[in-house]
Ligand binder design. Sequence first.
Ligand SMILES: NC(=O)c1ccc[n+]([C@@H]2O[C@H](COP(=O)([O-])OP(=O)(O)OC[C@H]3O[C@@H](n4cnc5c(N)ncnc54)[C@H](O)[C@@H]3O)[C@@H](O)[C@H]2O)c1
Ligand SMILES: NC(=O)c1ccc[n+]([C@@H]2O[C@H](COP(=O)([O-])OP(=O)(O)OC[C@H]3O[C@@H](n4cnc5c(N)ncnc54)[C@H](O)[C@@H]3O)[C@@H](O)[C@H]2O)c1
Lengths: 206, 206
Amino acid sequence: NIPKATIHRLTRYYRCLERFLLNGKSNVSSKEMANKLNIKPSQIRKDLSYFGEFGKRGVGYDVRELMLSIENILGMKKNWSFCIVGIGNLGLAIANYPGLTKARFKLKGVFDNDKSKIGIGLHDDLVIQSVNELEKTIKERKISIGVLTVPGKYAQKLSDRMVSAGIDGIINFTPVRVIVPKQVMLEEIDISISFRTLAFQINLNL
Amino acid sequence: NIPKATIHRLTRYYRCLERFLLNGKSNVSSKEMANKLNIKPSQIRKDLSYFGEFGKRGVGYDVRELMLSIENILGMKKNWSFCIVGIGNLGLAIANYPGLTKARFKLKGVFDNDKSKIGIGLHDDLVIQSVNELEKTIKERKISIGVLTVPGKYAQKLSDRMVSAGIDGIINFTPVRVIVPKQVMLEEIDISISFRTLAFQINLNL
Ligand SMILES: NC(=O)c1ccc[n+]([C@@H]2O[C@H](COP(=O)([O-])OP(=O)(O)OC[C@H]3O[C@@H](n4cnc5c(N)ncnc54)[C@H](O)[C@@H]3O)[C@@H](O)[C@H]2O)c1
Ligand SMILES: NC(=O)c1ccc[n+]([C@@H]2O[C@H](COP(=O)([O-])OP(=O)(O)OC[C@H]3O[C@@H](n4cnc5c(N)ncnc54)[C@H](O)[C@@H]3O)[C@@H](O)[C@H]2O)c1
């Protein structure tokens, strides 16, 4: 079995790789990682070669492949199930977005309280269910991630319900900030941030 | 008139403040800014007090207010007009999102090629127009930002058309990357990145 110190280092490599990936870096050398983590490049190469990851001389490691290896070594979850609460315009756009399936997020439940929507079928045998069935379905289908695309005033209540059903993480698209207990992860998305960033770039480019 | 060196420093302060803002910081001291910019805190205080910004002893400056002041001093654009091309599920969700109006982005044009949608009115006297009128409307209404929410295969062509009409920036929601000339700013949004980030946090929390 893997020593605790090694698991700890592997986790640090993984976090470091995730940051490189988010910044668009597809290749990384042990030296680059070592600089970020303040450890010896030789320690990194030693750990990784123990698990069969050898990198390419002069090229380094492929970031994604290395992350996949570490996910396997650490037994990390790679395939994720999610549900959408509030299947309006935004909810539907998310339900139909191929980018999510590509990133291994599988939609396993869709909920609404609008009677004219309940019972309507979406792709892949998924049927819009009444939000009354939220907790039961999360448990039955072992759904890890809940997506909130309802009007803001219902966000906290629905978040609480998903938390009580054992959800691992919530993605909140509503304009209202929600509070979750510390064992539940939360991502809040606001597209106006990207508009601001664009406006900022235009301003400094004029 | 403002010396070029001062304008240059004000622009650097502005970029620095934007980064603080994006990281959720609402107050900043001249010392904190000076550290980031490698200049003397006294230079920052001198520049800002010249324009009537004095900060609060012990508290520093309010980040947003200071950014607003610099926007005024430098004559930066604060109110932005945008158009949406492709008024499907995602396009509609964006058209109805109050967060954008709050951040001073005003929707001034909506386009589609679906005959059953053209002519339909949205809020605020906005009518869905044929995408044939895209360039003409961008010019007539001086629209600065174009939002792409069409299927990926039309993204580049529509981007080119908006660029030729003089658009300043594009926000691309489609799964296809677009190419723009260097004087046009580009923001590409992919919500699966937030899903990945959430999954990453859940993994490291287990
Ligand atoms: N984060 C962003 O950048 C962003 C962008 C656009 C929209 N939004 C937000 O996303 C949310 C959805 O926007 P939209 O345009 O799709 O709205 P919408 O009105 O089209 O959809 C809301 C859906 O939620 C359902 N609903 C309402 N109350 C419910 C409840 N208690 N339980 C279950 N379902 C319920 C409605 O029946 C409807 O189907 C809004 O809060 C909006 O402000 C956020
Ligand atoms: N970036 C993300 O995170 C994200 C999330 C969801 C969806 N998407 C993408 O956003 C886009 C829209 O998604 P959606 O669910 O709203 O799809 P949709 O099919 O509901 O909407 C597309 C709209 O574009 C219109 N259209 C098609 N071709 C056009 C053309 N040449 N000119 C003008 N209009 C045209 C259609 O008539 C329709 O109204 C897709 O590319 C989808 O993959 C991205």
